[in-house]
Structures are given as structure tokens and as C-alpha cells.
Design a protein around this ligand. Structure first.
Ligand SMILES: [Zn+2]
Ligand SMILES: [Zn+2]
Length: 153
């Protein structure tokens, strides 16, 4: 009968000596400037910015401009107009929510590409993100896009 002697090996862990560089570790609280594309200015107000009256004022003008553009596009959508080639280059739609320019150079009808974009899931995603970031009424979401239901008609 052999007695098993348990040998506990003490495994000394190497100690890491931490150098405390108090100065370099200190977080510098720098105010980060972000560009508000609604107000077209740089600000360091962070999330509070979207609650400022000036921003709200700019936002409603910003959204109104888009809605005006969208109602033009809806008009073409309901009344398809053949797009003259020389006009196509002017028929460029800029989606302010997605920061993309959509041209109609390959379209037969005015605003075809814009309509496709406005009905896309990517646009909806960017739109939600925009309204979240800049403030705005989520309930009014559908007034900034073209619904699938509109297209099926
Ligand atoms: Zn702003
Ligand atoms: Zn878009």
C-alpha cells in the first residue's frame, strides 16, 4: 500500500509591476466637435444639441425641404414622365438621410431610381438613425419615404 503523497507545488506567479503614470493615464476631457448637418455647423454640445431651439427650427425647415422634394417625386411616381436624356443629368436626387446622390441617367422615367431608393430598407434604416440622432418625430417616418404599398398599386 503506497501512500500517495501529494506534493503541492507552489507556482509563484511572476508579479507584474505596474508603473503608475498618473499623468498619462488621466483622461483628458476634450469636447469633441461634431458636425450637425441640419444646422450646418460644428458644435460641441453632444446629445443635448438636438434639443436646442435653433436646431429644432433648422430641423423642421430641413425636413420640410425634403418633404417638398418627396411630394415632387410622388407626383412623377403617379404620373410617369418620359425622361429626356438632356434633362436626366439635372434630375438628380440627393437623399439627405443617406448622404447619397441618386441620378436618373439610366432611367426611362423621371425619378425611377429615387423612388426605388425611397422605398428601400436601407433608406428606412438611415432615416430612423437620422431621426434618432437629430431629433424628430418617429411617427412621421412614413412621410419621408415611399411605402411599398404605394409601389404595388
Ligand atoms: Zn443642429
Ligand atoms: Zn435615403
Amino acid at each position: 500500500m503506497g501512500e500517495q503523497s501529494q506534493t503541492t507545488k507552489s507556482n509563484p506567479k511572476p508579479e507584474f509591476t505596474k508603473l503608475k503614470n498618473g499623468d498619462s493615464l488621466k483622461k483628458k476631457k476634450k469636447s469633441e466637435f461634431v458636425f450637425c448637418k441640419v444646422c450646418k455647423l460644428n458644435h460641441d454640445q453632444g446629445h443635448r444639441h438636438k434639443y436646442f431651439p435653433n436646431h429644432k427650427k433648422s430641423l423642421s425647415a430641413f425636413l420640410f425641404r425634403f418633404q417638398t422634394k418627396l411630394s415632387d417625386i410622388r407626383f412623377f411616381f403617379k404620373n410617369p414622365i418620359h425622361l429626356a436624356i438632356e434633362y436626366a443629368s439635372h434630375n438628380r436626387f440627393c437623399c439627405v438621410f443617406c448622404d447619397t446622390g441618386i441620378d436618373e441617367l439610366s432611367s426611362l422615367f423621371a425619378c425611377t431610381n429615387a423612388i426605388t431608393h425611397l422605398a428601400s430598407g436601407a433608406h428606412l434604416k438611415n432615416l430612423k438613425h437620422f431621426l434618432c440622432k437629430y431629433g424628430g418625430d418617429m411617427d412621421g417616418l412614413d412621410s419621408f419615404r415611399i411605402l411599398d404599398a404605394d409601389i404595388v398599386k
